[in-house]
Design a protein around this ligand. Sequence first.
Ligand SMILES: C[S@@+](CC[C@H](N)C(=O)[O-])C[C@H]1O[C@@H](n2cnc3c(N)ncnc32)[C@H](O)[C@@H]1O
Length: 246
Amino acid sequence: MDTTDTIDGYATAWQGGVVAEKDALPDWQPLTAELAKRSLAADDPTGWFEPLYAAGRSGSVKMPWERRAASPPLVDALAQMKAEGRTAVVVGCGLGQDAEEVARRGFRTTAFDVSPSAVQIARERRPESAVTYVVADLLDLPAGWRHAFDLVVEIITVQALPPARQPEAAAAVAGLLAPGGDLLVISSARLEPDPIPLQQGPPWPLSRNEVQAFAVAGVRATRVDLVPTPSGSAWLARFTRTAAHT
Ligand SMILES: C[S@@+](CC[C@H](N)C(=O)[O-])C[C@H]1O[C@@H](n2cnc3c(N)ncnc32)[C@H](O)[C@@H]1O
């Protein structure tokens, strides 16, 4: 089935292949809109993720952000990297496809998500996994994770947070990066200058300036590419932390 995941602003197929739908479960996107609306009205930027994954787990909707494999741009980036003896963290890891690929390449990998159900599904699917899956909130990270990871992977998590929280979220992602490490950011791109109104998301795709916002406090961009995707365009951006800034 060739499904285009419009809620993320670009195709899930481009991300790694959707999983064939064997049944007639309702799509998860309408529930997303309903849950997110309620959550945002309560000024809770992340409250909608857990009930959404729980609905996927119980089978009342198709599993959100389900895909067959790791994101292809991540796979390409990993092919250029040394993994041995290095640590990695996957932000907003969802069902764990990207984290598993990072670990398979040899990184000592931690992956976290704000949704306990997502983390539980990721663990249950792969009881032998080398990944340490953790429930954690990007907006309130454990202090011990600061500058702790040689590779940081962020794929479409920041764009799933309201625009007003995105600068804080981008800075928190950057804060995970160790001196000399690599940060990979993949996000849907917003080419129009005007911000997306709160009610029109999620997601709220990032402008070029918003992608540049990952370059804070000793972190600098090494490349920011705009690439076409089946349903628009996306940023593939790489950053590093200069060894001098600790
Ligand atoms: C759009 S989904 C993408 C999931 C996965 N990165 C992927 O590419 O398939 C965003 C993910 O980030 C998680 N998330 C959102 N806000 C978060 C936060 N503040 N801290 C940790 N995880 C968060 C959600 O639960 C969800 O799994």
